[in-house]
Each structure stands twice: as C-alpha cells, then as structure tokens.
Write a protein that binds this ligand. Sequence first.
Ligand code: ADP
Ligand code: ZN
Ligand code: ZN
Length: 858
Amino acid sequence: MYAKVIVDVPAKQTNRAFDYFVPEAMRSWVAIGSRVGVPFGPRKVQGFVIDLHTRSDLDPSKVKPISEVMDLYPPLTPDLVQLAGWISRTYLCHEITALQAMIPGALKAKYERHVKAADDSLGGNGESGQFAMLLPEQREMIRYVRDKGSVQLESLLEKFGSDAALIKQLMAEGLLYEVQMIKDRMAAKKVLTVFPADNAELLKEAESQLPARAAKQKEVLRYLADHPAPIKLTELLHELGISAGTVKSLADKGLLTIKEVEVFRDPYAKRSFAKTRPLPLMPEQQQVYGRISRAVAAREHRVFLLHGVTGSGKTEVYLQSIQTCLDQGREAIVLVPEISLTPQMVERFKGRFGDQVAVLHSRLSHGERYDEWRKIMLRQVSVVIGARSAIFAPFTKIGLIIIDEEHESSYKQEESPKYHARDVAVARASQHDAVVVLGSATPSLESMHGTLAVSAAARRAATGGMPGGAPAITEAGAAAAADTALNERVPFELLTMHNRVEGRPLPPVHIIDMREELRTGNRSMFSRALYKAIEERLHKKEQTVLLLNRRGYSTFVMCRTCGYVAQCPHCDISLTFHQSSRAIRCHYCGYAERELTVCPSCGSEHIRHFGTGTQRVEEELGKLFPGIRVIRMDVDTTTEKGSHEKWLTMFRNRQADVLLGTQMVAKGLDFPHVTLVGALAADTVLNLPDFRAAERTFQLLTQVAGRAGRHELPGEVFVQTYAPEHYSIISASRHDYRSFIDKEMTLRKLHQYPPFHRLILITLSHEQIPLLMRTAESMAVRLKELAKESGLSQVEILGPVASPIARIKDRYRFQCMIKYRGEASISGLVKRAVASFEDVERQHKMTISVDVDPQVLM
Ligand code: ADP
Ligand code: ZN
Ligand code: ZN
C-alpha cells in the first residue's frame, strides 16, 4: 500500500503529494486524513495522507516508508482533505497551509532534536573497547542517554553544561546520533482516577480483615463500598483527608486500581445553562423555518439567504432548524463573528442543546480549544458554534451550516489561507448535501447577487460558475475534476423577515447634521438633541449605547505649533496613543515609545495626545453629566481574558448608564433596558479609500440602531454625521435595506466592482524601492502577456501602484489588481505569473502575496 502525503514544508517545490510506502504493521491505522511522520531529505517531517493506492509510479526501491502514525484516529475526514485541495487551488495557497488551518493549533507539529545512543556504544562485552577510551564525563553522557532511551538535545546540553564539544565528538564517532522527533504542541489532559474493585462485598470483607491501626485504609474501603463509581484521585484524597500513600497501598493489595483517564478542559464546566424550550414561532419565523426544515429533511443541498431585520428572531429560527437536523441524526455547524461569540450567545445554544454543543473561538486557551475539537472528533457533540475556522469542524454527517451576520468581513481570513468562510461553507455543504443558511439584517452585496434570478446553469456559462462572489476557479487535470463538484453552485434563495418579534416597532432614527450644530455654536461632540436624550434616559433610569467608529477620531499625536505627526519609523502609518501605558505605538509592527512631551521637530510643548476617541468621549460624558456611570469597550479595555464578558454582564445588570464603544457594541447585543442608541460620527468610514465604504456604513448603522428597543420599552436612535445626505445614511435611518441595495448595486455595476466583477490583489514587498518597482512592473507585464495568450481579453490588469499603506516593518509595498468576470482559467494564469518570479523571491527575499476576493485593499 502506498500513501500520497502532503508534507509540512510550505514551499512551491513541495506543494504536491509525495509517495510513501505504508509498512504492513501500519496498514490498519493509515487512512485518508491521517497525520504521519515521514522522512524528507535528511529530516523527518509531519505530513497528511491525502490518498491511498496499491501501486506507485515510482521505482519501488526509491519509495521510503512512513515512519510513524501520529494519531489513533485521523484528525481530518476525507471530505476535509478534498476541501483543502479546493482551497489551495481557489485561494492560491500551499495545500499544506490549507490542511494545517483545519486542525487545532495544539496538533501543529513541533519538531524536537533528540539524541540516542548507538546499539554498540557501550562496546562489545560490557563497557569496554572504544567506550573505555572515553572521558569519564562522556561515559556518563552515554549511560544517561541509554537509560532514557532518547534525550532532547537541548536538555542534554543543559544537563552537561559547557560540554557541547564532547557531545559533538561522541556524535562524530557514531556513539550518539541525532533523531528528529515530531511532537504535538499539546497533549490530552489526563488525571489519575481511582477505580474500586467492582465487588462491594469484597471491599467490605477486606475492610473487616484489616487491622485496626490501618484506620485510614479501612475508611477508604468503606467509602468505596458505598460509592462504587470511579473517582478522581485528588477528589478522594480531599474528601477523606488522606494521603496518596494510603490509596497506593490498597492498590497494591488489588482492591482498587489507579489509572490515567483523559478529561476535557471545559471552559463552560462551571456554568450551568437553564434549559430552554422551543418558542411558538411568529408567522414570518414559521414560514422561514418551514422552508429551511423541509430542505434539511429532504437532504438537499440548498443555500438560503435569510434577510431578517434586527430583532426579527433569527436565532430562534436557527435553533429550531438545528433541532430538525439533529432529529435526523445529522450534525450542525453555526458560525458567528468572533466578536459576537459572547457568553450570552453561547448560552442560547447550550440552553437548548446542552452537552451536545461544542464551542470554538480564539479566546479559549490552546488546551480548551483542543479539547472542544476532540469532542467533535469523538462524536460526543453534534452542534458546534464557533468563529470562522469552526467551518472545518471534523463532523462527518453535516446536515446544516448556519452563518450568522453573514456580511461580516471577519469571515475572510487575512493571512494564508486567505479563504472566505461563507464560500467554504457552501462548498462543504455541497459535499454533504447539506443546507446553508446565511443570516443577516444587512446581507452582503455578494450574497444578494447570488440570489438574482438567473438559472445556475446560465450563470455558470456566463461567469465560469460563480454565484454571488463565490469562487469558481479551477485548474486543468484531475484536480479540476475533483473541484467541479465543489464549484457547482446553486443559486441562493432569499427568505425575508420584515418584522420584529411580537410586532415591536423598529426604532425611529434621527439624522443630525453636525455642520448645523457647529454653525449654531455647539462645538461639543454631542449634538443638543442627543444630549437631551441622554439626560432623559438618566432620569428614567434607562440605558444608552454610544458607538464611536474606531477609525472615527484621531488617535494620533500631533504638534499644534508645527503640525508634526508622530509616525512609525518602520511603517508609513501614524503612531497611536495608548492612555493606559502612556505610550505611543504602531499597530502594524508593535514599535512603541514613551509619550512625547516636546515636539521632536520644533521643540514646542503644545504637543497633543489625542487618545483613543472613546477615552475623550468618556471624559466629556463625565463633564456633561456628573456622576454618570460609563462602561467603555475598546481595544484598550478588552485585551484581558474575560474582560469583554465582564463589561457586558455589568451593563446587563444595570451597573452602568452608558455602554460606550467601538464596533464591539454594535454587534448582536440584546439588552432589555436600552432605549437610546447614539452613533457619534456616522460617516467616518465613508471617507476610507475602499469601494465597500458605503456598504460598511450602512451595515454598521443598521446594526447599532438594532440595539434599541428590542423588548417592551420602545427605543430611539440618533445618528450624528457631516454627510446627512449620503444614501447609505439615509437608507439606514429609514431601515430601508432595499433602497440601499438597489442604489449600491447600480453603482458597483457602473464602476465594475464586486459582485459584478471579481478582484485578485497581488501585493509585493521589499526593502528597496527600485527593485520592488521593477519587479511589480514586470509582474503587471507578465500578467498582461498571459491574459492575452489565454484569450482573456476582458481581464483588466491594474497597477502597479504603491499600496495605500506604502510601508510596513521597513518593507515597501506595491500592488497589482486583477479585475475579471469570474473566468475559471484566471487562477492558473496568476499561478503561472507568480511562479515566474520565484527566483526573485528567493534570491532577493521579495515577498509576493496573492489575495483572491480581497476584503481589505490596504
Ligand atoms: P435577531 O437575531 O433577528 O436580531 P433575536 O433572535 O435576537 O433577533 O430575537 C430577538 C428577541 O426576540 C429575543 O429576545 C428572542 O428571545 C425573542 N424571540 C424570538 N422569537 C420569539 C418568538 N417566537 N416569540 C417570542 N419571543 C421571541
Ligand atoms: Zn512641532
Ligand atoms: Zn510600525
């Protein structure tokens, strides 16, 4: 048997499967998706088995055997292996990078150098010969290594201090040799557990026979006779106030056994979740649920785009749809943006499905995440709720995949593999004949485009197979055949819920023209209307949410005398002031310096640290409303583990009047006493050089407005802006998604932007501008040549131009943009173009990165 293995060496030359022989003894363990250790050149590396064959095209004597199998069960399923291939071809990344993204960090290989002693290192008969000639210390080393079997090189060096040379000599003489070991970064957690002999009578009899001075042992036996279930050793010791020795001596007598048992680190172990029952659905919910559950029951691959206004009860629809899926014996994946994955959110799922739910997000420790993932592997759960990468949960019978807040840009991973979870979800669901539900109050233009009433076949013919923005890139050969099924996209079906639950009204939204405020002499960051509204809430003991876009207010350091702005010496970006550490910092490379007291340029003392915008707002609130209780949530106040949750709980318990924050406060929160929402600077995102600026503004305002009046108390929203006539702001204030989407679609079409055209961004970076410019220039030329050769006359190659952030970590950046209509052959073209710069990349340490369907154009 032969295995095709993708090795853990992310490089172009190794981005293909290598053949290995599967030794007889391993055959029952090796499967598609297995993690194996294989010899690779002089080293041993980790790899993934992606296929098994009975023969190899290579000369059998040249095929090396697999040296070890890393897991009892393969950590990846065959469908995930296939998906990894698709991801690597669609997003143009190494296949190993895609495979690695699918397993928890704990399983990423850690390579350790160990030494072993040669079999004859002690000499022929006992410790003689060559051995006898060694220094006493060297003999000591060999004995030590032999005793241990193998010793990590570093720890041997440490133990024998200064004697690296002596070890080297032993290696040169072949008495010690180096081996490479592949270790997991994290192991399953095990605890010592006491298993009493399962015959209670026997325990009682033994107890009566023990002498009276063995009182402690007698007590243990009596306890175990009454409590026959296995018990953690520590618990038993604590319970009876005894020592481990007592238990040990009983084990020696054969009355109990002590074994190591795997346990799960459960981050939610200490919390109990009140069981919830399905709510009777509102008519719109019922309709939507009906459509989804019928598709799930029919085991059809369908994609639903659920447009439901804020507070329309989407979560209840998700929960009941999941129940339908579980009733069929199938599994469900729920994706939620990292930032909305609050305990409140988890509670809604755990409350309904209890222990059947695993939770995956980045605030868990490595160990906790690994254990949640193992619960999925071991089929102990059937629902997983998590952030982006939970789409790779190793389930085998997926019936339903839900993506909440599907428009969120955080579903796109910004580092390689630069995949979009929405598109991966659709591909994965098609493998399982599963249903996808994309839910949002403000669906993305890409997803809306996917619902346009064009037949799937017609769209495929026209665009090479893409639905709204979903990738459809294939290559020639077998891989392309494998991908065809995954690229076959069904049109999305639009489901709508126009009304809030129980007919609660959407809150009225007032647009406030801040230019007018200024004209009438109000220089404060609060308009008079918003000021009055906050005052009123304080009187009525109701709560207020205030939103300030992160990019909204200046956080930089500026000299008011000469206009100097503190810049990172390594990146073309201004430094940000952090109040808590009184330091100024670069968000891209981490460079930091002490706050400035005089201007380094003109020596003036009129240098101002603007602080994060939210800090200024907090100060001003304190001045305007003495005694006001404000909770501020931004990057500075939420870095500590658990702080995010802490603030939200405090606010829920009404320990504060105002929740003030960045985007964090706009997403998914549901507080009954919030009756006022204020967006302090609604238009700041509008000014970013990004074609999605209007869409992001509309989404953010709709989301934050949706926080008001979700329960019995009616709500009210104030939007402060300098661009009150902008269509994104007007549409958001009228809760009019339709008019926004019509206008925005028209503009995107006119300017040939996604979802009508698609983009691939190629970014090159290097320390020296001339070489960088030359290379970027020839990259563009090369792309144009190839496009012409392939008859892709419609494809536009834009650039090169300097990237909006022109330098990061002392490396300059240039970009080329490819604008196309979804032609399938484009990926092969880009791959070939990039491949022709391999030498430059290697020789000159040029970095070339490719981003398919980029979300961030900086
Ligand atoms: P969305 O996610 O669409 O913004 P939620 O799912 O958070 O809305 O629901 C809003 C509120 O309505 C929640 O408090 C939820 O418990 C409640 N709710 C949802 N469905 C029903 C129903 N059928 N009957 C009563 N209350 C409901
Ligand atoms: Zn100055
Ligand atoms: Zn920097």
